[in-house]
Design a protein around this ligand. Structure first.
Ligand code: 1GP
Length: 226
């Protein structure tokens, strides 16, 4: 299991906080957010976190988040959206405009399954969040075996999710698609619980709410079998 912090460029972190994060024991950082992104705050944040050897992923959710010199790009595609725009439409527009310049070999597609109906991303992408476990598993199977996506991302942003869903998705993934979980992890105990099933756990909002507790989540690996 790997642990990533998700850093929102629209929110402020002190110099001390950035240092603590860089030395926290996390496995990497995802720079990304839902709104308030500008070319300036994205590049400023990316530069702060790329000072260390840890991987820094740039999650491209809007054109403002395209930083040509970044090393790793994550391209979200919402599997349970009701509008093709969020599955492939926006991506197509960007590829039409910037296709020649995008370092495609540095991109990984995240097949998002958004499950918290109150999350901004769920509303924006018109995600169908009222899904049974069978329906969620079916998306995961398609992601791995039909679309060959490297990542399935169970997204509960802002709310702690259902560990039984994460476990059920784990059970149907065959090992070529990674399972990432994000949403509402505030404590070490929660990080361990989700870390039992997920290849990657992502901690975002709690950084800005209870910093010390968020830092503790980096220790989850110590409580999991190797
Ligand atoms: C957001 O999944 C991440 O995209 C993390 O969620 O902010 O709720 O921790 P939280």
């Amino acid at each position: 299991m790997r642990h990533f912090f998700k850093i929102d460029p629209a929110k402020e972190l002190s110099e001390k906080a950035v240092h603590r994060l860089l030395t926290s024991g996390t496995d990497g950082f995802i720079v990304g957010g839902t709104d308030g992104l500008t070319a300036e705050n994205v590049s400023f944040t990316y530069d702060l976190f790329s000072e260390s050897e840890l991987p820094v992923y740039l999650e491209v959710s809007s054109e403002a988040a395209i930083l040509p010199y970044a090393d790793r790009f994550l391209i979200p595609s919402v599997l349970n959206t009701q509008e093709t725009e969020w599955l492939i439409g926006r991506h197509h527009q960007v590829a039409m405009e910037y296709g020649k310049y995008i370092p495609w070999n540095k991109t990984s597609t995240q097949g998002y399954i958004i499950l918290n109906e109150e999350a901004k991303a769920a509303r924006l992408a018109k995600a169908d969040t009222a899904l049974s476990i069978d329906a969620i598993q079916a998306y995961a199977r398609l992601a791995e075996h039909v679309f060959h996506l490297p990542i399935v991302y169970l997204e509960y942003s802002g709310r702690y999710g259902n560990p039984a869903v994460v476990q059920a998705v784990r059970e149907v993934l065959g090992g070529t698609t990674e399972l990432w979980y994000g949403g509402g992890i505030q404590t070490l105990e929660q990080a361990v619980e989700m870390g039992h099933h997920a290849d990657v756990i992502v901690v975002g909002n709690s950084l800005y709410e209870d910093f010390e507790s968020a830092i503790e989540t980096t220790q989850a690996r110590c409580f999991l079998p190797c």
